[in-house]
Design a protein around this ligand. Sequence first.
Ligand code: UTP
Length: 234
Amino acid sequence: MLVVISVGGSILAKDLNSDRFISYANALDTLAKEHRLVVVTGGGVAARDYINVARSVGANEVACDFIGIEVTRLNAQLLISALGDNAFPEPPRTYKEAEAALTSGKIVVMGGVIPGQTTDAVSAILAEYMGADLMIIATSVDGVYSADPTTDPDAVKFEKMTAKELVNIVMSTEMKAGSKSPVDPLAAKIIERCKIETIVMDGNDPVAVSEVIMQEGVESEPVTGVHLGTRIVG
Ligand code: UTP
């Protein structure tokens, strides 16, 4: 399978701990023996910090986005370093560069590409462009909820939802550089239009992410279970 994995910066670069990059690299190495992988890394807290400073010194939202993109690319470079020879050596800057990089047979790791979106959207666009079989959004929440579970005690997690339901939930999120939503609204729209099989799940444990992908690759029936998070169906 060709799998696109969006790894939130809030997971990968939570505390800029080398162990997190190494454990993700180990899980990806194992997965790459069976599947072709494109990994898109987010910016996390560092991106938000840089964006906040940029905004306070007068940068507009597009300029803030450009700064965010650079931070996502830094995280991509750290993951590439942890993967060593198994990774394509440079994070592609465009979707076409990513497509070309994949022909190397190596794991392709990249960050953001253009302002006005997040790396979830990069992942969804790549998944559509490359005809991926599966997209995983490995994030800091364990799925998509009816409301923000950190502030609303009545928030309910969806085990399964349609892409249209996902669009309705995330479209209400404020679209500003560095803003927080389980899935970027643009990513949700792309998932809706290309109907790519998508799983939104807790990305804290890279082994769990890898297990879910391995199971998807072999099971004829859709996988269910505790670590699965939310499955988005066409
Ligand atoms: P992220 O993808 O990290 O955003 O991009 P996020 O939703 O905050 O995700 P986590 O916290 O890592 O899980 C960081 C910022 O970089 C800019 C945006 O400003 C985004 O908020 N960005 C990223 C872009 O403008 N374009 C891109 O293609 C990617």
